[in-house]
Design a protein around this ligand. Structure first.
Ligand SMILES: N[C@@H](CCC(=O)N[C@@H](CS)C(=O)NCC(=O)O)C(=O)O
Length: 228
């Protein structure tokens, strides 16, 4: 039996704070004694289901977040640059089809989650670094190609992502996040002694490390400290 603690990361590529949390967890997955599970979900469904509103809709929060994200991009060393029209990108175009695409990638990936990791990263790069579209099939193809999927895998995923099976899977994961108490992303669930402990945000790693008996070594832990 493994002694690794299971840590689930619920995220949506529309969320810049999720990108930060995602990169940190990917850096720590071989440093901490954890089994990281990537849980792509739909932030719009979380907001609706939890009766919450995106923080960017409050003007003062929006201008604070713009500065905050600039500082955090440097601190975490993630190439985050807001799109020219964040409102259009986040609230009009949204991420439903993108998250169905990521869900479909997870569905076809057998053994590990390298492809889900790379495709998620490429979609974040498009929306939150390069100001590119993440709603059209051509955009998904480009992201998946950069992530290393073959042409036939991309064709399969593009078919799968409009299927009822994938729509239901994304709904189900989003509902699981709500059941854990989600009201926003990123959300991390640490399974400690059979109990799920929930952490919200990319700014709770020090506390989370303390709860799982690990050390927070800053945003870029030396991978030579790996326990593997
Ligand atoms: N303090 C958190 C903020 C995270 C955050 O604002 N996430 C947004 C999505 S990008 C959200 O879902 N917010 C819900 C809320 O603040 O209630 C962090 O540093 O990561």
């Amino acid at each position: 039996m493994t002694s690794r603690k299971v840590v689930e990361l619920f995220y949506d590529v529309v969320s810049p704070y999720s990108w930060l949390g995602f990169e940190v967890m990917c850096r720590y997955r071989n440093v901490w004694n954890i089994d990281l599970k990537l849980r792509p979900a739909f932030l719009g469904g979380i907001m609706h289901g939890a009766g919450n509103k995106p923080p960017g809709l409050v003007p003062n929060k929006f201008s604070y977040m713009t500065k905050d994200l600039h500082r955090l991009a440097n601190y975490f060393d993630v190439p985050l640059h807001p799109p020219s029209d964040p409102f259009e990108v986040m609230f009009q175009k949204g991420s439903l089809s993108a998250m169905r695409f990521v869900t479909a990638v997870q569905q076809i990936e057998k053994g590990g989650d390298k492809q889900v990791e790379q495709v998620s990263r490429e979609l974040w790069r498009r929306i939150w670094s390069e100001d590119k579209d993440i709603t059209q099939p051509e955009s998904f193809s480009e992201a998946a190609k950069k992530a290393g999927l073959t042409d036939s895998e991309i064709e399969e995923v593009l078919k799968l992502c409009i299927s009822q099976e994938v729509k239901d899977k994304l709904k189900h994961t989003t509902q699981e996040a709500l059941n854990y108490g989600a009201f926003g992303f990123p959300m991390l669930i640490c399974h400690i002694d059979g109990r799920p402990e929930m952490f919200f945000g990319s700014d709770r790693f020090e506390l989370m490390a303390n709860c799982i008996g690990e050390k927070w070594l800053g945003p870029k832990p030396d991978s030579s400290a790996s326990k593997l």
